[in-house]
Design a protein. Structure first.
Length: 473
């Protein structure tokens, strides 16, 4: 064989930058409509939870009403009539089975409706473990009969419990009781591939804490692994994202006092049955904060928090920064409303429009968010009447070659990241300075996991130097 094989990794071109796309106002406002008895329908309220089915192109936002939105076009489009559900703060989706779940004292199930069919109620489960407050879904098993829900249940000052529910039969299987002081909770996040859930708690000290729960097979009850405090002082955490690719979670603080610096915490999930640990926290700049809704794009390398009670609203972008603390990159200022005057930041007011179209303070009061990794957009749910969803393009520096190696058989292997489920082409050249049009197309990589691709080049024998780059498509 010839001389040593040399390779070069061409730098990626930025595919998109952080920018506002627009919004969809979900009109008419419901209290302007009448039921069959001539009584106004329940009014819209803040959309405090949301979930997404990126594969089929639908996002779902929940205030008083549950809205199904088609996200395949330029702006979200409502599909079918909204369903009266009442407000919830936590929800989870099982798109393969066609259901979503909301924790509202009981565990409520909803049929998503195939295609453009409307969402409908599909049952309610009262849990012996307590009052359902948060839910995550483990649908990692190839067999849908082995899908399970894990529901954080509170018990009036006593330790909370995490109940396990068989989703195929919608029955409670058992629960684990948490430790003394672990009584009040806010939200949960899941790493279903590794088999753990993380619930953010407010113990008796009101110092934010995260409890790690082990997911279990069959009818076995879940197991409490451990917990970590995010701070040594009282803080209110009101936004979180989990990065299962790199093994971290991020939590943002909410404080209406603009003189108090908001924080973003970074937590290491911990391998296997190891308790999570705190990496640390960063402070935002003065006047920034009230972090609420959050999404993360691990492949793009950023976590985002949308705020509440800023005029107009903002989306903060942070670099994940490897094993180090995140770094604030910038914030995106969103669109204002029709009012010529606004309250000071940190002050709550009503963002209501009687005519159902012109919200006085525009794009503000963000309480929920989802990320579509297939198309690279985030969708932010507001606390407004009528409800409104804002679409934001996230920053993406893709594709990126993350590893390259010569195999024992003489072939050459590339591993790279790109948009999940997208098309791409591996290109090669012996001279990386030539125009991209002069590079040779070798073929496409195989998507071994969402957003991660593998390509093997068998044509490397007796080639002393060869460079690779990834094109889309």
């Amino acid at each position: 064989m010839g001389g040593a094989l040399l390779f070069g990794l061409a730098s990626p071109v930025r595919a998109a930058s952080l920018q506002r796309i627009g919004h969809t106002t979900l009109v008419p406002r419901h209290n302007t409509l009448l039921d069959t008895n001539g009584v106004p329908l329940p009014d819209d309220k803040g959309m405090y939870t949301a979930f997404i089915d990126s594969t089929n192109g639908y996002a779902y936002f929940v205030g008083t009403w549950l809205f199904k939105l088609d996200i395949t076009g330029n702006l979200p489009v409502q599909v079918g009539p909204a369903l009266l559900t009442g407000q919830a703060t936590e929800s989870a989706i099982d798109p393969a089975a066609g259901y979503a779940y909301m924790a509202r004292t009981t565990l409520n199930r909803y049929a998503l409706g195939a295609g453009t069919n409307a969402v409908s109620s599909a049952g309610t489960l009262t849990l012996s473990a307590g009052s359902a407050f948060s839910v995550v879904v483990d649908d990692s098993d190839p067999n849908p009969s082995n899908y399970y829900g894990y529901v954080l249940c509170t018990n009036s000052g006593n330790p909370a419990k995490v109940a396990k529910v068989a989703l195929s039969t919608f029955t409670e299987l058992g629960s684990v009781t948490l430790t003394n002081g672990e009584t009040a909770f806010w939200f949960g996040r899941i790493d279903k591939q590794k088999g753990y859930a993380y619930f953010e708690a407010f113990p008796n000290s009101n110092i934010p804490q995260v409890v790690k729960i082990k997911l279990t097979p069959g009818t076995n009850a879940p197991v409490r692994i451990g917990a970590v405090n995010l701070d040594t002082a009282i803080e209110f955490v009101d936004g979180a994202s989990i990065d299962t690719l790199h093994g971290y979670a991020y939590y943002g603080t909410y404080n209406s006092d603009t003189n108090v610096l908001s924080k973003v915490y970074k937590m290491k999930l911990g391998d296997g049955d190891v308790a999570p640990t705190l990496v640390g926290s960063i402070n935002l700049r003065p006047g920034e904060g009230r972090l609420a809704a959050s999404v993360i794009d691990p492949l793009g390398g950023y976590v985002y928090f949308a705020d509440d009670n800023s005029y107009p609203g903002r989306v903060y972008q942070f670099s994940l920064n490897g094993t180090n603390l995140p770094t604030e990159v910038r914030y995106l200022r969103l669109q204002g409303g029709t009012s010529s005057t606004t309250p000071p930041n940190g002050i709550t007011t009503n963002n209501w429009a009687g005519d159902g179209t012109n919200l006085p303070f525009g794009e503000v009061f963000f309480r929920s968010a989802v990320f579509d990794p297939v198309r690279g957009f985030a969708y932010l749910g507001q606390d407004s009447r009528p409800n409104q969803v804002v679409k934001v393009q996230l920053e993406r520096d893709l594709p990126v070659i993350i590893s390259a190696a010569k195999l024992p058989d003489g072939t050459f292997q590339l591993v790279y990241t790109n948009l999940p489920f997208g098309t791409n082409t591996v290109l090669t050249s012996t001279d990386m300075t030539v125009p991209s049009t002069n590079w040779t197309a070798l073929g496409s990589g195989v998507e071994v996991s969402p957003g991660q691709f593998l390509f093997i080049d068998p044509q490397t024998t007796n080639i002393p130097q060869r460079f690779y780059r990834i094109g889309s498509p």
